[in-house]
Design a protein around this ligand. Structure first.
Ligand code: HEC
Ligand code: HEC
Length: 328
């Protein structure tokens, strides 16, 4: 019995399952076709001998019904039952191995395609993330289409991500979770793609772990005003709301981005909403809160947290936004 089982298993293992499926489907169609031909042949013969509608032909007698017909049905059901009794255990025996093999093959392909020899977080980051998030997480831009217009989309710098969200009141664990969520699921409605296999991306969880470790290594302290910092406060007047806005916020809130010179358009909305109507919805405190803490969205662009700019700068920003409100 074991040897038969083993032979069956090895035959199954050796054959491509798609081939088996194709053969099974072809076989099924052939049987169906044969049945059709046979029944129509019988139909034709019947018509040639007697032109009597089927419903009017004499039925077989009790003798035939209880003997020949019954025995034929019983024989066929015995054959079907035996077939199932043999086929199901073989299938059941084979199934775990088949699943394990498929899984292994799947993961092999993924890992192979992504490897550039080095599987470390830094290599993965440089190959897959740096084009948008910049070298060593300095932030960047990519071109995307919004309403059929090509615009530059600002990608958040990742080297401040812990400080940025901790300044906004989140714990270290929460930020780590936020990073995993963003990488695993992506941010639908923004250029940020999905990366984990569980959500249809290319990376296994180990690869994502190494990327997160790399991100943790490149974290720097926030120093507003520093050349590489994303938190820009002009030296000459640290309370100039308009200047702070142009330096930090225009990339997302002004149609022409940071280079927009037209005062009428500043803050009127691009990736972020039109801030010229914000005070119709939000109070002064709420505007302060949105700027300081940001708003993380999972299905459309997020507003980064700016608490690291400091309270004075954020107050100036709130005043500036209030000053550009559209008159009703
Ligand atoms: C990376 C792009 C980006 C940058 C940079 C950015 N924002 Fe935003 N902002 C957004 C997005 C997107 C939203 C909408 C979030 C939402 O609706 O949940 C938003 C929402 C807001 C809101 C709430 C508006 C409302 O009516 O609900 C305010 C206020 C705001 N941003 C101010 C600022 C200020 C001030 C700065 C600069 C310090 C800034 N933003 C920088 C993308 C950005
Ligand atoms: C095509 C450009 C693009 C690529 C490639 C990309 N990202 Fe992003 N990523 C974005 C954008 C845009 C956002 C901001 C989305 C939003 O508005 O919420 C983002 C957000 C994030 C965030 C959340 C940041 C925050 O402040 O909330 C993390 C973490 C992140 N990306 C990590 C990665 C990693 C790791 C990779 C590489 C495996 C990667 N990204 C590749 C565009 C990209």
């Amino acid at each position: 019995m074991t040897s038969i089982g083993e032979t069956a298993l090895s035959i199954f293992a050796a054959t491509d399952s798609r081939l088996i499926t194709a053969l099974a489907v072809a076989g099924g169609l052939a049987v169906l076709g044969l049945l059709l031909v046979l029944t129509s042949l019988g139909e034709l013969r019947g018509r040639r001998t007697a032109k009597v509608p089927a419903a009017y032909r004499p039925a077989p007698g009790d003798e035939v019904l209880e003997r020949r017909t019954l025995e034929r049905y019983l024989a066929w059901s015995a054959i079907a039952a035996i077939f199932m009794a043999v086929w199901l255990p073989v299938y059941w025996l084979r199934e775990p191995t088949r699943l394990a093999e498929k899984r292994e093959k799947f993961l092999e392909v993924q890992v192979y395609e992504n490897s550039s020899g080095n599987q470390g977080g830094e290599a993965l980051y440089n190959e897959f993330c740096a084009s948008c998030h910049g070298k060593e997480g300095r932030g960047g831009f990519s071109n995307v289409f919004i309403d059929d217009k090509e615009v530059k989309y600002a990608e958040p710098p990742l080297r401040f991500i812990y400080e940025r969200y901790k300044a906004a009141g989140r714990s270290e664990e929460e930020v780590t979770q936020l990073i995993y969520d963003a990488i695993d699921r992506g941010r639908p409605g923004t250029p940020m793609p999905t990366w984990s296999i569980a959500f249809g991306g290319p990376f296994i969880s180990h690869q994502i772990d190494t990327i997160v470790e790399y991100l943790q290594e490149i974290q720097v302290e926030i120093t507003p005003g520093h050349k590489n910092s994303q938190f820009k406060i002009p030296d000459d007047d640290p309370t100039d709301g308009e200047a702070i806005f142009k330096a930090n916020c225009s990339v997302c809130h002004t149609p022409g981005g940071a280079s927009q010179e037209d005062d009428e358009l500043i803050g009127s909305g691009l990736i972020g909403p039109n801030l010229r109507v914000t005070f119709e919805r939000l109070s002064r405190d709420e505007v302060y809160d949105v700027i300081a803490k940001g708003r993380i969205n999972m299905n459309r662009p997020s507003m980064p947290a700016w608490a690291a700019l400091g309270e004075r700068a954020i107050r100036s920003l709130v005043e500036f936004i209030e000053s550009i409100q559209r008159s009703a």
